[in-house]
Ligand binder design. Structure first.
Ligand SMILES: [Zn+2]
Length: 338
């Protein structure tokens, strides 16, 4: 049996490992396990391996009050303030979590404005959402975060909020179309819609988990946006990029001009760039033609203010010539009387 020492563990951390797979032929020294869990590296049992026993409550508390965890708590408060300042959270809305161990997560408390938190307010929970430490009650939506971690084992942090423009898209039931702005293509990818379920319910977790496996930013219909990343700020960036994208589309829809898109060939180049950055995207195998198959502006016409004019156009096209003439007469006489 090979015993992994603390030195080996430090090497793994330096290499930027996110997971450590062990099997029946390898074992972890206690100090090595400590080093890996403090660095947020997931310990994954391979075939035939006995899962490592959970940390004792005392070890979990040590982890929660460690200097590494303190830094994460401070970063969560900082991101909470940035979310509040950008209108991504209203009142006590929104929540943030970060993995600090194989089965240990720091998360924000419920009923607190995310713009005015301090590190002492943070909670410690396990992957079932059970609270282990913290004087305030953990977020009621933590089970949705856990569905993200279960669907995307590489996720280190999750951020949820109600940014206005992304939420407006989520309410309209339209997935933001692609081929418009490189930032979203490279750093976020497609943003799918998760059907509405009661916030924080097991049903919500059920619809989020499969979507999180392939997408880092997910719109929750009639609710908000949930994003995951390799750290708290990275998860927050996905939210910022998604909301800015939706905001820009809304602004562009109101400017009467020629509407342009990024060609399929150019989107393919962006995806290649994304691949060289080590960022996954389920569209990697698509051809340029497939990537540009749907014209984003046609999709948007179906959901924006211009849908009224296109509906009107369709209705007018259905009228016969005499019906059309009668309608014109009616409008003209109406105008004359006005
Ligand atoms: Zn919410």
């Amino acid at each position: 049996m090979k015993l992994l020492t603390q030195e080996d563990a430090e090497f793994f951390v330096k290499c930027g490992a996110r997971e450590f797979h062990y099997n029946s032929d390898s074992d972890l020294a206690a100090a090595a396990r400590d080093t890996l869990t403090k660095a947020g590296i997931r310990l994954v049992p391979g075939p035939g391996a006995t899962p490592l026993p959970s940390l004792s409550t005392a070890d979990r508390l040590d982890l929660f009050y460690s200097s590494e965890a303190q830094q994460i708590k401070e970063e969560i408060c900082d991101i909470g303030r940035r979310m509040w300042e950008r209108n991504y959270t209203d009142a006590n809305g929104g929540n943030i979590s970060c993995r600090i161990g194989a089965d240990e997560f720091i998360c924000t408390p419920t009923l607190v404005s995310k713009g005015f938190m301090d590190p002492e307010m943070m909670c410690l929970v396990d992957s079932k959402g059970t609270q282990i430490a913290g004087s305030l009650r953990r977020s009621s939506e933590i089970t949705t975060h856990m569905a993200v971690y279960a669907g995307a084992p590489q996720a280190k942090a999750v951020v949820h909020g109600h940014p206005i423009f992304a939420t407006a898209f989520a309410m309209s039931g339209f997935q933001p179309p692609q081929c418009l702005i490189p930032e979203l293509e490279v750093f976020v990818g497609q943003v799918p819609l998760a059907p509405y379920r009661t916030p924080g319910s097991p049903a919500m977790a059920e619809v989020i988990q499969p979507l999180a496996a392939k997408n880092q930013s997910i719109m929750m219909v009639n609710h908000g946006l949930i994003c995951w990343g390799t750290g708290v700020e990275d998860a927050y960036f996905k939210m910022e990029i998604t909301d800015a994208y939706c905001h820009t589309i809304v602004a562009a829809s109101q400017i009467p001009s020629q509407r342009t898109t990024i060609s399929g060939e150019e989107v393919k180049k962006l995806l290649n760039m994304k691949s060289s950055l080590g960022l996954p995207d389920p569209r990697m195998d698509q051809t340029p033609a497939q990537l540009a198959e749907v014209d984003p502006w046609t999709v948007l016409d179906g959901c924006s203010c211009s849908s009224v004019s296109s509906q009107l156009k369709t209705a007018l096209q259905k009228l016969t010539q005499p019906e059309l003439e009668a309608l014109v007469k009616k409008i003209v006489s109406g105008l004359a009387q006005a």
